[in-house]
Design a protein around this ligand. Structure first.
Ligand code: ADP
Ligand code: MG
Length: 288
């Protein structure tokens, strides 16, 4: 697999040399591959938002580098300027950042900044609206008349309209009901498949992240103690719990059974996996 983003020895200190100095990232290394779906999890304040803001050049490293397709994104003004079109970032609660008088204008803001011609801007706005589940009749409405969930879709469409190679979403389902969350996650999956895009999703829901992603990175106190497939990460279930993460129920139950001395695979996080792990332990015990 080809790397698309390489994070090398990245440290971020807010307000350095002041009484408010805060080290938010501490010498992080991580390679993100072309086309992968990466989940980022961690408690509030662990450094997740700081980390993803580095990936599209929104903030500058105190030390270390972020490479996009092999080039340091801070090595030239052009690269730093263009990175935000290639790596699209949807902030947490992006609906508060809508500002244009129509939904259409809001979604077209990004592609317009890319200096594309009118026809291409129009094509992208309509395609992005479709991916984000926004119907044509909504395009001419004011974003301020929409429901919270619809506004969130408009904000996501605005980033998708730039057709970024990497799409990063910070808690895209925060505050939505289960049906709304599922629908937004399905929209993201549709974009990923249609564009072979790399997706990075920050979520407090380990269940969602485990179900959706190829790999997970756990952020804790500005470091990445665990990075791997969901199965690999959940083999450290007890450690994750002690970091204050709400691990999936099945993982918690199986970690507990394992620590009671039962020979069972603790790297489970769905009911289906739990059933398989239980049956295999049972067969082993019975010599079947
Ligand atoms: P998360 O997204 O995981 O909740 P953040 O990256 O927002 O974590 O924050 C990591 C740490 O950096 C926290 O201690 C937070 O208080 C601090 N921090 C975040 N943004 C700023 C800022 N703009 N100025 C100073 N400190 C900040
Ligand atoms: Mg955050």
């Amino acid at each position: 697999m080809e790397p698309i983003i390489e994070i090398k020895n990245l440290t971020h200190i807010y307000s350095p040399n002041t009484p408010f100095e805060q080290k938010a990232l501490d010498n992080i290394n991580l390679t993100i591959y072309q086309g992968e779906y990466l989940g980022i999890i961690g408690r509030t304040g662990s450094g997740k938002s700081t980390l993803i803001q580095h990936l599209n050049g929104l903030i500058q490293p105190t030390a270390g580098q972020v490479l996009f397709e092999g080039q340091d994104i801070w090595s030239s003004k052009d690269l730093t300027h263009n990175i935000r079109f290639q790596v699209g970032l949807v902030f947490q609660y992006p609906e508060y950042q809508l500002f244009e008088e129509t939904v259409y204008k809001d979604i077209s803001f990004g592609p317009r900044n890319m200096k594309l011609d009118e026809q291409e801007v129009d094509r992208r706005v309509r395609r992005a609206a479709e991916f984000a589940g926004i119907s044509d009749e909504i395009l001419q409405r004011s974003p301020f008349e929409l429901s919270g969930g619809q506004k969130r879709r408009v904000a996501i469409a605005g980033v998708i309209a730039m057709e970024p190679k990497v799409l990063i979403l910070d808690e895209p389902t925060a505050g939505l009901d289960p049906a709304g969350s599922a629908s937004i996650l399905a929209n993201i999956e549709a974009y990923r498949q249609a564009n072979q895009a790399t997706i990075i999703i920050v979520s407090h829901s380990m269940e969602d992240v485990a179900r959706l992603t190829d790999r997970m990175a756990v952020v804790s106190h500005g470091t990445l103690p665990y990075v791997g497939t969901p199965k690999e990460v959940f083999s450290h279930g007890e450690a994750l719990e002690s970091l204050g993460l709400g691990v999936p129920t099945m993982n918690r139950v199986f970690s507990r059974i394992r620590s009671m001395g039962v020979d069972i695979d603790p790297a489970v996080y769905t009911v289906e996996q739990a059933k398989a792990a239980f049956l295999s332990a049972y067969r082993r015990k019975e010599g079947l």
